[in-house]
Ligand binder design. Structure first.
Ligand SMILES: NC(=O)c1ccc[n+]([C@@H]2O[C@H](COP(=O)([O-])OP(=O)(O)OC[C@H]3O[C@@H](n4cnc5c(N)ncnc54)[C@H](O)[C@@H]3O)[C@@H](O)[C@H]2O)c1
Length: 272
């Protein structure tokens, strides 16, 4: 028996990056996956690729900013595959140009990010939960971010929206646990998805790697395997949690990488 055999999963924002990796892993482990994305062509291509490899998948359109299309995606999943067991609320947007500090943030961008990153989690869950109850339970997994735990120089809206995702996860877990619905989140640190690789200056990537406890960056499969675990019955006693998948970046004393450099320099100079 594979890890998510016969489960039906709806994954949003899954034509690329973290969502795509998760869709591939879940299909490989026996789930029927609905790849829902703004990029319909990409979603259909991803589904085709999974089917070619013997998996079960279909690609559909969703716009996480538009509740009507979220409703359509949930209804499509239930009609196409007969039920919904897993919902991966993965869509999330960031904007380094407009989502600035609190004084200078573009207020329309605040509304847009809160709507896409947070309200879409509420809507997807609200629409899927009655079907999950009918199916005897389910697992909802939300993509948060380490930005939901810490402050930063910019991206106040992104951070606030992801903090909202972390606590909404606890509320859903509390309110529907007795219906055998689990709700957890995953909080990625920097993950080298194609988009992140394309958009980030190598100098910025070096800064991230310097502060990781591990000597490498995160990849989409690192999140995908975590979501697969949370979707499977292997995690049946875990609910309301946000699992941090971040290479130990935020774990230690913030000054330890600089202190390590200081110690290395002192050793080279024969002072210790
Ligand atoms: N990559 C990282 O370093 C990182 C770190 C922390 C959190 N995250 C979170 O992970 C999630 C996925 O990010 P990713 O890096 O894989 O992104 P990505 O850009 O590689 O993929 C995002 C997918 O979502 C789709 N999408 C965008 N807007 C949409 C909308 N309104 N409706 C439907 N689909 C839409 C895109 O077409 C794309 O296929 C996001 O919630 C993001 O905030 C990513």
């Amino acid at each position: 028996m594979r890890r998510v055999e016969n489960k039906v999963a709806l994954l949003t924002g899954s034509a690329s990056g973290i969502g795509l990796s998760t869709a591939r892993l879940m299909a490989k482990e026996g789930a029927k996956v609905v790849i829902a994305d703004f990029n319909l062509e990409g979603a259909q291509q991803a589904a085709e690729e999974i089917r070619t490899q013997g998996g079960e998948a279909v690609g559909i359109f969703i716009d996480a900013a538009d509740s009507k299309t979220i409703e359509e995606a949930v209804e499509f999943t239930v009609h196409h595959y007969g039920k919904i067991n897993v919902l991966f609320n993965n869509v999330g947007l960031t904007n380094l140009q407009k989502d600035l500090d609190v004084v200078n943030i573009d207020l329309d961008e605040w509304d847009r990010l809160l709507n896409v990153n947070l309200k879409s989690v509420l809507m997807g869950s609200r629409l899927a939960i009655p079907h999950m109850i009918e199916a005897g339970g389910g697992s909802i997994i939300n993509t948060a971010s380490m930005a939901g735990f810490y402050g930063d120089a910019i991206r106040a809206a992104y951070g606030a929206s992801k903090a909202g995702v972390i606590n909404l996860t606890r509320y859903i877990a509390t309110q529907y646990g007795k219906n055998k619905i689990r709700c957890n989140a995953v909080a990625p640190g920097l993950i080298l998805t194609p988009a992140a690789k394309r958009n980030m200056d190598p100098e910025v990537l070096d800064i991230f790697e310097k502060y990781n406890a591990l000597p490498y960056h995160g990849e989409a499969d690192d999140i995908g395997y975590t979501v697969l675990f949370l979707a499977s019955d292997e995690s049946k006693f875990i609910t309301g949690q946000t699992i941090q998948v971040e290479g130990g970046h935020y774990m230690g004393n913030p000054s330890s990488p600089d202190f390590r450099e200081y110690m290395n320099k002192a050793k080279t100079e024969g002072q210790v």
